[in-house]
Design a protein around this ligand. Structure first.
Ligand code: SF4
Length: 337
């Protein structure tokens, strides 16, 4: 069975962008693949943070993931810092990763433009991502389109390390060079089927830092308060104006939460000006309610029973420590340590 790895930052409570863009897909994939899901707290410290809040957010994220359907008996769910080999392998991969490749990363350019002083962790962030994936020798990585460039870097690091330290196979390559074992696989992208979820402002990706999110565990009333004024097709000014559902974020949220016949109905009503945007949002709110009420209930149970959360994370970490040690024993051996 192929192994998949994916990580999420401990940003606290999940929002519906994380849920539709990644986690809902993780829940499906956990039964199809050997799945490893990681709360990446080492990644979270590349930007300024409060240590006490980091613990709270890590726990909130674990509760969110478990209540959204990650099943610790099917997938290994754990916190990155509980398996220190992640940083050891990251250091090693730093020594084979070209600096130019890191400086070219779009996310590095974007993040560093927003900072007064840029730390090396922001530059090396994708190397730690490569280590996360390669530590478990994962074959596939569920990612959104904005992560494909980082994944390509993992493939570069894997190829470079294999070429330098993979054991000779005794064969020669087509161009006559000594062939070496592919100890690390070149992980492939498993593109998330849901397109990027935009924020309620319709301007940028849904993200906490932009303040344009709906939390996965927010109450019915709180969700409606946010949904009601959310941006729709800007050209649909009057109720009688036909709209273009494809340019409207509400339509894309319907695709995430509503049944296929409802999505079809939404598109028809929008194009023919058969209803107003508020009617459309009310139907969306009902679809969200159906999906989110059981998740909220489960989250409330988990918040009351911290042992259940601890046990789930420890079971995942114990499994990952074994895999990580196996990889690092082989890596150290091949590198002469
Ligand atoms: S009717 Fe629905 S899909 Fe169409 S613009 Fe309004 S909110 Fe968006």
């Amino acid at each position: 069975m192929s192994r998949i790895f994916s990580g999420i930052q401990p940003s606290g409570e999940l929002h519906i962008g994380n849920y539709l863009g990644a986690v809902k897909n993780w829940v499906l994939l956990q039964h199809e693949f050997e799945a490893i899901y990681c709360i990446v707290d080492y990644h979270a410290i590349t930007l300024k943070y409060d240590p006490a809040q980091l613990r709270v957010r890590r726990r909130e994220m674990a509760i969110g993931l478990l209540s959204a359907g990650i099943d610790p008996s099917a997938a290994a769910l754990f916190v990155q810092s509980q398996v220190p080999e992640h940083t050891e392998l990251a250091w090693i991969l730093n020594t084979v990763t070209p600096l130019g490749e890191l400086e070219r990363q779009t996310q590095f350019k974007e993040k560093s433009q927003r900072q007064e002083s840029v730390n090396a962790g922001i530059l090396n962030y994708p190397v730690l991502q490569a280590a996360d994936i390669l530590l478990y020798r994962a074959d596939k990585v569920p990612v959104g389109e904005d992560q494909v460039q980082h994944l390509e870097l993992s493939r570069v690091s894997s190829r470079r390390w294999n070429a330098l330290f993979g054991r000779p196979t005794g064969r020669t390559t087509e161009d006559g060079a000594e062939e070496r074992e592919a100890f690390f696989p070149e992980p492939e992208a498993l593109l998330t089927p849901t397109r990027r979820i935009m924020g309620l402002d319709g301007q940028s990706k849904m993200s906490k830092s932009m303040g344009n999110t709906i939390g996965l565990l927010e109450s019915t009333d709180a969700i409606w308060t946010k949904l009601r004024p959310a941006v729709t097709d800007p050209k649909r000014i009057r109720k009688t104006d036909p709209g273009t559902p494809e340019v409207c974020n509400i339509y894309h949220l319907h695709k995430g939460f509503s049944s296929p016949p409802t999505v079809e109905h939404v598109a028809h009503q929008c194009r023919t000006a058969g209803w107003g945007c508020l009617d459309c949002k009310k139907v969306l709110a009902e679809s969200m309610e159906q999906e989110l009420v059981p998740i909220r209930r489960r989250a409330a149970e988990l918040a009351q029973d911290s042992q259940l959360v601890d046990d789930a994370l420890e079971t995942g970490a114990a499994r990952c420590r074994v895999l990580a040690r196996e990889t690092m024993d082989a890596v150290r051996d091949r590198m002469g340590f």
